[in-house]
Write a protein that binds this ligand. Structure first.
Ligand code: ITT
Length: 194
């Protein structure tokens, strides 16, 4: 089975991607290649940060590698927290603090529309390819559910009543922004390994 590194320190993302890619590709995490450093995300776009992470591993460790940069874009906040989603409430990347800040910012706000976005950068054979995914929905007034990670407990995808954190992982993995982007990555890899 073909091996690919997924350059992430987020164990929830790694679990999701392994579940989506199961039986197709062996997905190695950063710890599997003994990469323990934190890769700085200094770009101001999802594309830029995804490339920084994938390129760092590809150049330093020589493995075909992909990385995802993702986040939540809230309409009433002009697209914030966006690329700053992980650090919205500070450098500790604490999800509960991030959620609390988001709900405070949206207190009394009627328009609760938001979208999750992911951009994947794949570095392979000295080339970069991008794959994106997006899912829109609404932000709840209070957190609901205990599954998932990040902002899952306050995001209800369009046409659903449950938050991402209330859905079964298999269900989130069928419709999420990350699933959409990963399916595009799979199509690309299948086409290019024929
Ligand atoms: P890596 O950079 O190591 O991959 P990270 O958690 O820092 O891990 P990002 O920079 O891409 O990842 O930040 C994305 C943040 O956006 C993440 O920490 C969550 O707060 C949020 N997020 C992304 N995808 C999400 C999802 O499927 N469900 C809930 N929150 C999500």
């Amino acid at each position: 089975m073909k091996e690919l590194v997924f350059a992430t320190n987020n164990k929830h993302k790694l679990e999701e991607v392994r579940a989506i890619l199961k039986n197709r590709f062996k997905v190695l995490g950063l710890s599997d290649i003994s990469c323990n450093e934190e890769i700085a995300e200094t770009a101001d776009t999802f594309e830029g940060n995804a490339l920084l992470k994938a390129e760092y591993v590809y150049k330093k460790y020589g493995f075909p590698c992909f990385a995802d940069d993702s986040g939540l874009e809230v309409a009433a906040l002009n697209g914030a927290p966006g690329v700053k989603s992980a650090r919205y409430a500070g450098e500790t990347k604490n999800s509960l603090d991030n959620i609390q800040k988001l709900l405070q910012e949206l207190q009394g706000v009627q328009n609760r529309s938001a979208c999750f976005r992911t951009v994947i950068a794949l570095m392979m054979d000295d080339q970069v390819h991008y794959f994106d995914g997006k899912i829109c929905g609404t932000i709840t007034e209070k957190p609901r559910g205990s599954g998932g990670f990040g902002y899952d407990s306050v995001f209800v995808p369009e046409a659903y009543l449950s938050t991402f954190a209330q859905l079964r992982p298999e269900e989130k993995n069928k419709i999420s922004h990350r699933a959409i982007a990963i399916n595009k990555l799979i199509c690309h890899l299948n086409k290019n390994s024929e």
